[in-house]
Design a protein around this ligand. Structure first.
Ligand code: NAD
Length: 422
């Protein structure tokens, strides 16, 4: 089994995902045939999406859907609209979805989709036509029993509603379970909006118990202020009692040692389009934010932001990776040696897919739960997943990421063996 070189791993998110798998596989002496299957996606579809723009011209966008492994159930994973999207990013995210569903023990496999586009430069009508074009091409491999997408970076509940509608038009029947993260009025679940951050908050609560940290006296910095980051600011403050001292978005960061009011920062971002310029706060860069003297650091933007260059300067005691793939393997080693407790992405941000799973279950039953029921079920899943990973970490004397891989790989491998794939 070839291991990735560290140089390649740095440049390519899928090489990082494979390197992480290889590390865990070596630790548990994984059967080489199981390892070989788990290193590659099972299926991928590349599409060209012609979309009529508002000025009458037609633009062709590149799109992808990767179905990584469905041994444990239908593939599940978001669709990202981003100008820098690449097939290797989608592959990595699909791999992480496989491990994520396994680590929280929900009966789903892993998938991911993406379109190379810049939604910030598109009108709502263009976005709707692009969303429908994606389903026209990719819909043939989707379905409530096959592959169920969800939102990711720059895709919204409205986009999920358009995509669901297009799928229903093509197939000719009502199928809300084809996609999750929908608005409530078209089959969304209570509690889906803040589920990723809420799940992350439960894992930070459990980590703090384990480490003996009093979160009501703690400080927190959050990189990224979209769905995951905004709800993290609100919930880490209201549920855990953390003082949020810094947040950021693409335009830069803001810092206030005496604490930011998360609700007011959300309103400022809604009004101005950025957190930057929030009254009374000092402007900082995204790089500075990561190295602040805080107890809890939450990367909630994009991948590859914590590297061997800044890992030695990170002062946080707990890193809660709400973003997918924010830490490179080299940085992981440094953080582990320095005793920084990293709650790895596919555990920390599994709340989103867990409530997506609840949404799918409710769609299939056509019977809907109250918000409290969703929160209680999410808490139970996240707390159990954290405990499983922590116990693997202590048993195998490895960092939490490798431990999460060990738990996930063993579950996927068991399903593949029972099905007779390996
Ligand atoms: P989003 O589109 O709602 O927000 C992304 C945010 O990141 C924006 O505020 C943007 O300004 C900021 N950002 C982008 N590039 C940045 C940069 N270079 N520096 C600083 N900020 C930057 O996306 P989201 O749904 O919040 O997703 C964020 C991360 O969380 C992604 O890695 C995504 O895969 C992961 N995630 C999201 C969910 C979910 O349910 N939303 C679930 C699991 C994982």
């Amino acid at each position: 089994m070839s291991n990735c070189s560290s140089g390649a791993a740095q440049a390519n998110p899928f090489a990082i995902a494979q390197a992480q798998l290889d590390k865990a596989a070596a630790k548990i002496g994984l059967d080489p045939s199981v390892h070989a299957v788990l290193r590659e996606p099972m299926r991928e579809l590349h599409v060209s999406l012609p979309v009529r723009m508002d000025d009458g011209t037609v633009r062709v966008f590149k799109g992808f859907r990767v179905q990584y492994n469905d041994a444990r159930g239908p593939n599940k994973g978001g669709i990202r609209f981003h100008p820098d999207e690449t097939i290797d990013t989608v592959r990595a995210l699909a791999a992480w979805m496989t491990w994520k569903c396994a680590v929280v023990d929900i009966p789903l496999g892993g998938g991911k989709g993406g379109v190379v586009c810049n939604p910030k430069e598109m009108s709502e009508a263009e976005l709707e036509r692009l969303s429908r074009a994606y389903i026209d091409q990719v819909g043939r491999i989707l379905g409530p029993e096959k592959d169920i997408p969800a939102p990711d970076v720059y895709t919204t509940p409205q986009i999920m509603a358009w995509m669901m509608d297009e799928y229903c038009k093509i197939t000719g029947y009502h199928a809300p379970g084809v996609i999750t993260g929908k608005p409530l009025a078209v089959g969304g679940s209570e509690g889906r909006g803040d589920a990723t951050a809420r799940g992350g908050a439960y894992t930070v609560r459990e980590a703090a118990k384990h480490l003996g940290i009093d979160l009501t006296k703690s400080t927190c910095a959050i990189q990224g202020f979209g769905n995951a980051g905004q709800y993290a600011a609100l919930l880490f403050s209201s549920l855990l009692g953390c003082k949020i001292v810094a947040v950021s978005d693409t335009k830069g960061g803001i810092y206030d040692a005496s604490g930011l009011d998360p609700q007011k920062v959300v309103e400022h971002k809604q009004a101005t389009g950025s957190v930057v310029g929030f009254p009374g706060a000092r402007q900082i860069s995204n790089e500075e934010l990561l190295e602040l003297e805080v107890d809890v650091l939450v990367p909630a933007a994009l991948e590859g932001v914590i590297t061997e260059h800044n890992a030695p300067n990170i002062k946080a005691k707990i890193i809660c990776e709400l973003a997918n793939g924010p830490t490179t393997p080299e940085a992981d080693e440094i953080l582990y040696q320095r005793g920084v407790f990293v709650i790895p992405d596919f555990l920390a941000n599994a709340g989103g897919v867990t409530v997506s799973y609840f949404e799918w279950v409710q769609n299939l039953m056509n019977y809907y739960w109250e918000e409290e029921e969703v929160h209680a079920k999410l808490d139970k899943k996240m707390t159990k997943a954290f405990a499983d990973v922590l116990s693997a970490s202590l048993e195998h004397k490895v960092d939490m990421r490798t431990a999460a891989y060990i738990v996930a790989i063993q579950r996927v491998a068991e399903a593949m063996k029972l099905r007779g794939w390996v």
